[in-house]
Design a protein around this ligand. Sequence first.
Ligand code: CUA
Length: 312
Amino acid sequence: MGNSNGTVWLPEGASTVASEIDWLFYFVTWTSLAIMLLVVGGLIYLAYTYRRRSADDAPQPIKESKLLEISWVVIPTILVLLVFTWGFQGYLKLTVAPPNAYEIQATAFSWGWSFDYPNGASSNNLHVPVDRPVKVNMSSEDVLHSLFIPAFRVKQDVLPDRYSSVWFEATREGEYHLFCSEYCGTQHAEMIATVHVHSQTDFNEWLADAAMDEDIPLPELGERLFGQQGCQQCHSIDGTSGIGPTMQGLYMNDRLLQSGETVTADENYLRQMIIEPTAQVVEGYPAGVMPSYARLSEREINALVAYIKELE
Ligand code: CUA
């Protein structure tokens, strides 16, 4: 999953906090290893050097050393304070989500996840935009669970009777594992989801698709898309003229084009205007202003056409 640039020690890192947390981990690991080698090495060396060689080999009295005593108090104290400060800063950063974070509601249950988005979309996997802070507000339907995304270096308990939250900012598009990391019963090990990190454009597209009820009638879907896709910013539905022509009464109306031709705004005209807006620009409006909506799905285009047909 994702790009596998993990190491023997750690999985790949794909969030803004990952490298900082990894550095702290490596610092603690290597410092501990160095101290352990120093202590164990010194122990072996001294045991060997000052071993008892003969029956009358009496041990020498030990001389005190101020320098040694001070250094073995001061150096570890500095190291401990360094790790504490470093760790506490990281803790604060992880605890307080940026105020502009995009919020997603997560519900944990035995044994799965449900993620709910501001526009009504819902998914069993977590979808997030890349390079944007995301705050996940979490609660549990039943017992204690825990949300763990190793690649983002975040883990937080999910409680049945109160909210908890995590935030992260993904730095690379891709797919990452999401685990439950609190033992929660028989299927605990199966309580896995996938984090999909999208570009902002792909995320918006996914979000719009996910919010679509499959059974919703086409004109209703079209109305929703008309708002979601920002059509209404340029095209009114009440006859007033905006940056673009109004949609009211457009269907089967005769359109005078900039080319001097006149065409009838039938279904195919509407369709072409959505996919290729610069093809047949109406007289009196600026050309090349409207972006193509060719990225919409077939059903979404059908829905928009169905909606516009109804605007009499
Ligand atoms: Cu949910 Cu373990």
